[in-house]
Design a protein around this ligand. Sequence first.
Ligand SMILES: Cc1cc2nc3c(=O)[nH]c(=O)nc-3n(C[C@H](O)[C@H](O)[C@H](O)COP(=O)(O)O)c2cc1C
Length: 391
Amino acid sequence: MASLKTKFCGIEFENPIIVPAGVHGRSGEVIKEVSQSGVAGICTKTIVAQPARDVLPCFASVSGGMVNSVFGSDRTAEYWFTEGLKRAKEGDSLVLANLAGFFPEQAAELAVKSEQAGADMIILPTHCPHMGEILMAMFPGMEMPEPKLTDVEPMKRSVQLIKESVKVPVVVKLSGTFSHITRQWALGVKEAGADGISCSDAVGPALSIDVRTGEPMLGGPRGVGGLTGPAIMPITLRMVLEIAMTVDLPIIGVGGISSAEDVVRYIMAGATLAGVCTAGHIGGIDRYSRIIEDLHKLLDELGADSPDELRGLTLKRIADRKEKGKQAVTDPIPPEVEEDLCIACGKCEQVCAYGSAQVSDIVSINHDTCIGCGLCVSVCPTRTLSQEYYL
Ligand SMILES: Cc1cc2nc3c(=O)[nH]c(=O)nc-3n(C[C@H](O)[C@H](O)[C@H](O)COP(=O)(O)O)c2cc1C
């Protein structure tokens, strides 16, 4: 069986699965309990100088994930330093202190105390997409402009200061709202001396509406929050690929992971670790164990002895397209069918808008009508169908 062990920032992880900041990092006790699932690392909910008081309701289920408007930990920083982190360390997982200061010196103070209390790593979130909403709720009646938090300079100052103050690795967690400026952030964070990048936080701001009342589903002045779960993965996966193409820092891929396949996608895009948040929030902690178990099977199926063997495969494929002078496909090439694998589930037939995929005992593709769009390949659960991407 494949070994799942991997190293991130010089620290050995039992497997590539971690739990990023969320409900399962809300206290030392919960972290200890969640560690029984077998995840290699668990992040605390963001430790802040003033405990957060969330506006309610703060979670709503939406198609493809959820929106939330929570901020940092509702526990005091003192709780984390005297009790929370120590209790968390009693579990079997590494403990990553996710923390944020309102200014760099405050972040550095929280980082030093987290390290003293036993944290194995510091994670610095940049901001959540509903930060403006949180500030407006905290200062009612104030005309609060949307904060301009896309500037990398304050984070660079925090990283520099924290790196001077702690020995454990310091990782910056990018925001999903930075999708258009991922490269600038990756370069800035590297220049400041960060040891790694986590990508990403929620995407948004995002909104859901109760059709019975017209009310936004979340509380707060405008009822907006951050989108998480499978819906964001195509965006955050691309961000990870861009980071891997830009800087040689180790990456934690986060966003929409709900299966071992998703974990492998992030690793192929260049990540070393993979963070699972919403899937565990909604599916319970057994979901983490199942992903780890499935990852063993998937690596065996792919013929890989460890996750490291697959890291960056997509970067290589992209480089090949360029270096080997390959031509993009423009004339229709119908998918290849590996007949032995077909279970006649009918999914390909269902999604084919051209009536080209037809399933009786097994799938057959009508070469006269197929335009080679690839949708059937992407829904096939048994990998019966495959496609040419470049000539
Ligand atoms: C309920 C909830 C609370 C979260 N709290 C935090 C937090 O305190 N700090 C942080 O950096 N990210 C926080 N996040 C973001 C997650 O760590 C993660 O980056 C994001 O949810 C994307 O991953 P996912 O799609 O697997 O959920 C939170 C997410 C959720 C759903």
